[in-house]
Write a protein that binds this ligand. Structure first.
Ligand SMILES: NC(=O)c1ccc[n+]([C@@H]2O[C@H](COP(=O)([O-])OP(=O)(O)OC[C@H]3O[C@@H](n4cnc5c(N)ncnc54)[C@H](OP(=O)(O)O)[C@@H]3O)[C@@H](O)[C@H]2O)c1
Length: 276
């Protein structure tokens, strides 16, 4: 029987999730369709009940519903509890199980580029929803997470959250500082760069051994990432994070591995990026 999956959010028109998942279904001959639905904040509960009544196997949840969907779930996985947000829902024996694959997906993609041993220093620029998901997935690995954010209170809160689960975190000022030279990896999680705007701080002086990540993928290369590349750093954009959160959602829904390379290809084609 045909299985139905979806992504719900508002706005949703530009979501690449249907392209990525449907390409995967086609490649492995899975009888499934992945839809996308624009759901306004005030319609969330009705939409969730509707998806359940229509027999959907599960769905992804994106902005602005990742937190407001929490009370609508019957159960939450550890990952969702830690992140305080849900990006994936599975309907299991009539119950809605809320899960979060953003952080674990990110960590899986990061592990392809570096060994996340406890001696590593990771700099997190930003303390919004994405940063929190990433931080809570990194914390159990024992790495030291350096947090800085424009609104210092949010950075402070994130540091405390990391520490509350036994992780190592340090608070820094939202300004140029020692973090530039201390990080084995710098992860840019703010929305600066979405409109190709320059980053407030220059990366001049960074070691070329630093892995620099920007979780934005459209534009493909933000000015922040461009500068890091020009200074000799290895750079990674946000497409891998999108890909692996999707692959982890697939695993959660179907209890099987996702065809990651087909899904990556579909994303790159949709973004019309040259494959290297
Ligand atoms: N690749 C992926 O799969 C993926 C997944 C999720 C998100 N993202 C991207 O990640 C970015 C953040 O998403 P989010 O969900 O975390 O959003 P969010 O919860 O709204 O957080 C936004 C973050 O950006 C900071 N920020 C925004 N404008 C700023 C400015 N002009 N100067 C300094 N800081 C600024 C905010 O700082 P304040 O706290 O001071 O406001 C906050 O830390 C977006 O660009 C989104 O597209 C990518």
């Amino acid at each position: 029987m045909q299985k139905h999956l979806a992504v719900i959010g508002y706005p949703i028109a530009h979501s690449l999730s249907p392209i990525m998942h449907n390409a995967g279904y086609k490649a492995v001959h899975k009888e499934a369709i992945y839809h996308k639905f624009a759901v306004r904040p005030e319609e969330l509960q009705e939409a969730v009940l509707g998806l359940k009544a229509l027999g959907f196997r599960g769905w992804n949840v994106t902005i602005p519903h990742k937190e407001t969907i929490l009370p609508l779930c019957d159960e939450l996985t550890e990952e969702a509890k830690l992140a305080g947000a849900v990006n994936t829902v599975k309907v299991q024996e009539g119950k809605l199980i809320g899960h979060n694959t953003d952080g674990v997906g990110f960590v899986q993609s990061l592990q392809k580029h570096m060994d996340l041993t406890p001696d590593k220093d990771i700099v997190l620029l930003g303390a919004g929803g994405a940063a929190k998901g990433i931080a809570m997935a990194l914390a159990p690995l024992g790495v030291t997470i350096h947090v800085l954010n424009r609104t210092k209170g949010k950075a402070q809160q994130l540091v405390e959250q990391i520490q509350s689960i036994g992780g190592h975190a340090l608070l820094h000022e939202w300004a140029l500082g020692e973090w530039l030279k201390r990080g084995d990896c710098i992860i840019q999680t703010t929305s600066i760069g979405l409109k190709m705007e320059d980053y407030p701080y220059s990366l001049h002086g960074i070691s070329p051994d630093t892995l620099v990540i920007d979780i934005i993928f459209n534009p493909w290369e933000t000015p922040f990432l461009k500068e890091a590349k020009s200074l000799g750093c290895k750079t990674v954009n946000g497409i891998e994070m999108l890909l692996y959160q999707g692959a982890k959602a697939w695993e959660f829904w179907f209890d099987e591995e996702a065809p990651v390379s087909v899904m990556r290809e579909a994303l790159l084609n949709a973004l019309q990026v040259e494959k290297g």
